[in-house]
Design a protein around this ligand. Sequence first.
Ligand code: ADP
Length: 161
Amino acid sequence: MKIGLFPGSFDPITNGHLDVILRAKELFDKLIVGVAVNDSKTSTSMFTVEERQKLLEEVCKGIPKVEILIFDGLLLEAMKKYKAVAVVRGLRAISDFEYEFQMAMMNREICNDYETVFLMASHSYSFVSSRMIKELVRFGGDVSPFVPPVVLEALKKHKHI
Ligand code: ADP
């Protein structure tokens, strides 16, 4: 059974993330989407990890082979724990590459078995990021083309709006 692990902050899940999930689940027998607790973006997060997990679950409800988990600590440890054969990461423009390359190579250095599968979302989502969504929402922008409907509702209810 080949398990893939797609880690991220998902604060909140966007259509870009969803696009990557739908592509990745075709490549594995099971895809674990892992909400990272100690992500470097935690200090600027809008939703709690539990809220992010819940939104992911609602969005991925009915998509076979996809499981949503919260994980704490090192990605390499999570990979071992869930017996994942590869980590899935999404690539937007060149800007993602530098960081992703460093992370993949660093993890490879620590663990020779570490594999990363990079996927590109549809070009219509290539500029979508959770950070941009949050900024747009704070200034009253319409984010409906970029997030699933349940996320749109959650954003509307959020105290920052
Ligand atoms: P963000 O960068 O939007 O805050 P995360 O930290 O949750 O997102 O990212 C998790 C993974 O999803 C990363 O590999 C990131 O590059 C990828 N990703 C996020 N948005 C997109 C997108 N629009 N297209 C492709 N990959 C994406």
